[in-house]
Design a protein around this ligand. Sequence first.
Ligand code: GLU
Length: 551
Amino acid sequence: MDNKLLAELLFGDIKATVSDIIEKYPRRALPDKAEVTRFSPSPTGYMHIGGLYAAMISSKLARQSGGVFYLRIEDTDKKREVEHGTDEIIESLKGFGVEFDEGAAADGESERGEYGPYRQSARREIYRVFAKDLVEKGLAYPCFCTAEELEEIRRRQEAEKLDMGYYGEYAKCRGLTLEEIKQRLAEGKEYVLRLRSPGKVGNKIVCRDIIRGNIEMPENITDVVLLKSDGIPTYHYAHVVDDFLMGTTTVIRGDEWISSYPIHHQLFEVSGLKLPRYAHIAPIMKLDGGENKKRKLSKRKDPEASVSHYSKQGYPVRSVMEYLMTVASSGFEEWRMKNPDADISEYRFKLEKMPVSGALFDTDKLNSVSRDVIAKMSEEEIAAQITEWAREHDPILKEYIAASPEKFAESIKLWRYNGKKVRKDVAKWSELTDMFDYLYCGAPKSLDFDEKISCEKRTEFLKAYIKEYDHNDDSSQWFERVKQVGEPLGFCPNIKEYKAAPESYVGSVADACGILRAAVTGKRNSPDLYTIMQLIGKEETLGRLNAACDK
Ligand code: GLU
């Protein structure tokens, strides 16, 4: 067959050659060992925590080696695309501090970088130049098989328990003559462009995966689709052309792609292009029904699969990134222990140290990392972060902060300190909502009294306390007063004495405080009650105590 003629027949409009294109994508002038990495999502608008994980790792690798991290939008599947999907991806990554040196931009903005266009839908002609070249070399051919014919092949292979795919005797269009092709084209038949795979059954190739080491795999023998019937490339082909032209040094992607690696290996080889390095990362998993039943975090089933979950909950960005780094790198926690105050960017990350099998997403661990992160923040930073969070996720709190920034700043001290010590019990800003409720929203709607003390006794104590209450007390005078009021009513002022003979008392001073706490906050647990009373003010305190007597 005259392949040149066939190439003209299929790609008559293409005048440029592969060398013309390659000339426009010169090698990047970067230091030795600089890594060029990319994040290349489909513009579905949904940002999975696994995507953030991969993007964080890819950007880290580029940054620490003086390389480049870019964004490529893989929008070859129009069915999956949503409006402004790219904007949402860029925005949510930015929210987590992941930014690109070059690449696709939000809708309506211009791309940055010399290696674009960075949206695959804008690169149609480029792929066709490369595809034409393969046809000229006899390495690709048009396939006119209909969906029914392909289904029939699948059925036969299934029934005979053969390897699935378009290969060998099943590759019906492989042997079409130029005349037969011309005739089908004249009839207006649709076709896809397939690789003429040079692979042989029994041959092996090796995937040199940076994380997993060498993986031996059978060579690809299937005539995979390169261009779909609309001329748009498949992921396999687009990735090969793009990662080559854009100078990607290391492809970091999910391990669901390992099984396609032989195809990619072969495509680079037949195209005469240099293979990048590959790192296939294990997905983030969760336990589901039983000790050892792990599954991938699912977009459909798990709210925590979406990065928006973490923003809504009010996890500081730093907490999420620190946590993901502990998942990504077994050496990170030790480094953090030795360098408690260092910026995460100082950590040298190694792909080789990534977990080989799916790491479990552990919310308890995230919370514990986050408590440490928050404990290290200054009060000013906490105030700024909560204000920012409330702006988007808690409109009521937002109003309160705006109305009284001083009171808000005081409220941070309330949960942050235990005396002089910094407490570590807040992991995310939404945990504070309960507290904001009683600080800002007036008397609590329900009061969770400990029923151990009878209703009559509680009322008696509250009435006596209201009479004696002095808003000018300092914290120790305040405590003395609770004792003084409680003692004649049967509340033992000394906890030890109470514990030695509980039956001799109505309760202890701790129970007396509990009554006040429930009356003021509605809850059995709260930060320092004296401070809360000072914060809400005299009128409000007395109002709530009186209201509690009536309940
Ligand atoms: N668009 C592909 C995906 O979302 C990217 C895989 C890759 O990084 O090469 O899975």
